[in-house]
Ligand binder design. Structure first.
Ligand code: AMP
Ligand code: MN
Ligand code: MN
Length: 321
């Protein structure tokens, strides 16, 4: 059976399905889940969408209200299922606690991370694809009718992971897919506006905090900053892309690092022009793409900061020589 056929089989089948993706979801992850949910909902089987949050306000328009968002401390619901569809996740650890719910189930793994561990029974993995949403679009667009809201969800995921079609993961197929969907009524400019053109005042406060903390090392080839995550403040995910893209764009910067100080835990995002930041993230069990990677450390910011900065400095020096 080819890849499209195995997915179509599931879409038309009678299985009870858990649909999920990585914790702290981004636009690609949410778009992929939303589009699949719309296709599966109301079919012969039963589908439960579940994800470990938070879902940033900026992206909440993507998520159907039926999808359960759990927080890391919350008790997991009992869900009966035969099959799990996992999107945008290189391994099972990325699912957070939802991983426990799908242990032992048949798994379909749909992803574009180069370090994907092929943990599924069916692995629809393509590291050249811009996004999980692009993989889904390319697999299914010639085989089934995609309702407008599916094209909107997957279009948003593609725009999110390509930074609005500006990153080098934007390829011919990416644009062809979007062009085809535009021909069918997808309003790309409205999606761009929703994803990148609006900021709440509270999220702009996070952006200001990040710019105030901006610092450099290695003659400006490394730039970094920190945002403190606090209850009552918006999720730092609201501004991750904006902050780190702006910082990476500063002339002379090769590697940009954004630390999110979550108290006992620190989330680290890396972006680069060319330097392989996935190698850095993998030093502590994280991962991602060559130019966009991340890791979560179960330690305080003050503890991880010097270690991470010196590791980046050292690897960048080696890479330059
Ligand atoms: P972020 O900086 O959180 O937007 O993530 C950038 C890229 O790194 C994405 O492709 C993520 O999938 C990947 N990534 C982020 N955090 C982790 C992690 N803890 N483990 C593996 N990959 C990660
Ligand atoms: Mn993602
Ligand atoms: Mn992705």
């Amino acid at each position: 059976m080819n890849d499209a056929a195995s997915l179509l089989d599931v879409l038309h089948g009678h299985k009870k399905i858990i649909l999920t993706g990585h914790s702290d979801p981004d636009g690609d992850c949410l778009g992929a889940i939303a589009g699949l949910y719309f296709l599966l909902q109301g079919k012969h089987g039963r589908v439960t969408g579940i994800i470990e949050g938070p879902v940033p306000d900026r992206l909440s328009f993507l998520l159907p209200s039926e999808i359960l968002v759990i927080n890391p401390e919350e008790e997991l619901p009992e869900v009966e299922a035969d099959l799990a569809i996992v999107v945008d996740s290189g391994d099972m650890k990325r699912l957070g606690r939802v991983g426990e719910m799908i242990e032992g189930l048949e798994i379909i793994n749909i992803d574009h991370h180069p370090d994907n561990e092929n943990f599924g029974d069916i692995n629809l993995v393509d590291a050249k694809a811009s996004s999980a949403c692009e993989i889904l679009g390319l697999l299914l667009q010639d085989n089934i009718h995609l309702p407008p809201r599916v094209m909107q969800a997957w279009g948003a995921g593609i725009l999110y992971d390509t930074g609005g079609l500006r990153h080098p993961n934007t390829r011919t197929q990416t644009l062809e897919l979007l062009a085809c969907w535009m021909g069918k009524g997808l309003k790309l400019h409205l999606l761009q506006e929703r994803l990148f053109g609006r900021n709440s005042r509270a999220s702009f406060g996070l952006y200001q905090e990040a710019l105030r903390g901006l610092d450099f090392s290695r003659e400006g080839r490394i730039a970094w900053t920190v945002i403190r995550q606090e209850i009552g403040k918006p999720s730092p995910r609201e501004v991750t892309q904006k902050v780190i893209d702006e910082i990476r764009g500063i002339e002379g910067v090769e590697v940009a690092i954004l630390f999110v100080d979550q108290g006992e835990r620190t989330k680290v995002s890396f972006r680069s022009r060319n330097f392989p930041v996935n190698v850095i993230a993998s030093l502590w069990g994280g991962g991602g793409h060559v130019r966009a990677a991340g890791v979560t450390r179960e330690e305080k910011f003050e503890e991880v900061f010097p270690e991470i900065l010196s590791a980046v400095e050292e690897k960048l020096d080696e890479w330059n020589n």
